[in-house]
Design a protein around this ligand. Structure first.
Ligand code: AN0
Ligand code: CP
Length: 315
């Protein structure tokens, strides 16, 4: 695997889930693969789960992880080509990427959307420069439009908890005070569309995801209707794709609470975290026995480990 951004990069989902179960049952069985191998994790943005789970996955595989916090530890990096570098950025990605590549065997990159240029961000220009100029396999740790390690962990979690062969999975928008990227819902939609689930997206008008991610998923603008009979509720805020990066609603009726959960089929509640309580979800729902946000986060080690294992096997 040369890069991990999209669901197609992992190949057959049944096989990937079987491998996830093996990795989870025997996390240290592939320590030889990572012997004398190094992964560099480059963070342009904050993280708790991705940073720790990626390092843990690398350690489980016997690999040495190195974390670089751009904007904190390193020179500020220029990402635009052709600019006169007379500002606060001391180094360009064109040099930084091959240098990073020369120190490691795999690279992970976190680089959020900044809502400046939709076309450039949806072309994934930053992470694609890593793919092009590093010569090493590259993992998206949430790039401008996707968060595949999260979506894979979400699929693993749904596979573990489902009690029906084809569960109903609902992705619901929920309010948030700051403009957030579309990466998490984009990837979740992409992966659910590829999985054997009955997938519904519910959001206010104007929050429709980009067509390449929404695919043929059913879109329901009435949240209560969408929740009827659901087996999994996946909450997330995102900003508008059509009115790029804008907050169009702060309607607290969309906050997931007991009222909406009551019309589901005793659904499990999921969220990628970090979550703002009583904005996205009420305390009552996230603290209920049907909330699986912690095992979901724990599965981030498993998804990252399967991806790194595949990359090490193909070095
Ligand atoms: C980020 C986002 O919504 O993309 C990261 C989620 C994994 N969330 C925040 O910035 C709060
Ligand atoms: N879910 C997730 O990616 O969390 P972090 O932003 O803390 O890494």
């Amino acid at each position: 695997m040369k890069s991990f951004l999209h669901v197609q990069d992992i190949g057959d989902l049944g096989r990937a889930l079987a491998e996830a179960r093996e990795v989870k049952a025997s996390p240290f069985a592939w320590q030889h693969l990572g012997h004398n191998k190094t992964i560099i994790l480059v963070f342009f943005n904050s993280s708790l789960r991705t940073r720790l789970s990626s390092q843990k996955a690398a350690l489980n595989l016997g690999m040495n992880p190195i974390v670089l916090n751009v904007n904190g530890d390193s020179w500020k990096l220029e990402t635009e080509l052709g600019v006169v570098m007379d500002g606060d950025k001391s180094e360009h990605l064109r040099e930084a990427i091959p240098v990073i590549g020369s120190y490691c065997d795999i690279i992970g990159v976190r680089s959020f959307a900044q809502f400046v240029d939709r076309e450039a961000e949806y072309a994934e220009t930053i992470i694609n420069q890593f793919v092009e100029y590093s010569g090493k396999p590259v993992i998206s740790l949430e790039s401008a439009t996707v968060h595949p390690c999260q979506a894979f962990a979400d699929l693993i979690t749904i596979d573990e908890y489902k009690t029906k062969s084809r569960p109903k999975v609902v992705l619901t928008w929920a309010p948030h005070p700051r403009a957030l990227p579309q990466a998490v819902p984009n990837s979740f939609a992409e992966w659910m569309n590829a999985a054997d689930v009955d997938f519904v997206i519910t959001c206010p008008h104007g929050y429709e995801l980009a067509p390449q991610f929404a695919g043929n998923a059913r879109v329901e603008y009435d949240q209560m209707k969408a929740f009827e009979g659901a087996d999994f509720i996946y909450a997330k805020n995102w900003s508008s794709y059509s009115d790029y990066g804008k907050i169009l609603s702060m309607d607290m009726n969309w906050t997931v609470g007991a009222r909406q959960m009551a019309v589901t089929d005793n659904a499990y509640f999921m969220h990628c975290l970090p979550v703002r309580r009583n904005m996205i979800v009420t305390d009552e729902v996230i603290d209920s026995p049907r909330s699986i946000v912690i095992p979901e986060a724990a599965n981030r080690v498993v998804s990252a480990q399967v991806v790194m294992k595949r990359m090490l096997e193909s070095l």
